[in-house]
Design a protein. Structure first.
Length: 93
């Protein structure tokens, strides 16, 4: 992986639920800090697109998937444990 690799994330949420809002806020904060200008976040609201839960094996929300760079990684929760999120989604490449 190069230092200029673009990180692509999908965040599965349920509307404006508090944990979903917190996960999005925390993800944006971490990306701004660790991946400025090198990240894309796709938000998938399962209220609007419930079929995406089954298609992506999402059993709970919020649920974050790193699509790129490989390997694909997944983590559930509101992403408030910064160390775990950084180690799992950003540092382990």
């Amino acid at each position: 992986m190069t230092k200029n690799a673009v990180f692509k994330f999908q965040l599965f949420v349920i509307g404006g639920a508090p944990h979903s809002k917190a996960a999005l806020f925390n993800l944006r904060q971490l990306c701004g800090e660790f991946l400025p200008g090198r990240h894309e976040i796709e938000i998938i609201d399962l209220l609007s697109h419930p079929e995406q839960a089954l298609a992506n094996n999402v059993l709970l929300t919020p649920f974050l998937v790193r699509l790129a760079p490989a390997p694909i990684c997944k983590i559930a929760g509101n992403l408030s444990d910064r160390q775990t999120v950084v180690e799992t989604m950003i540092s382990q490449i």
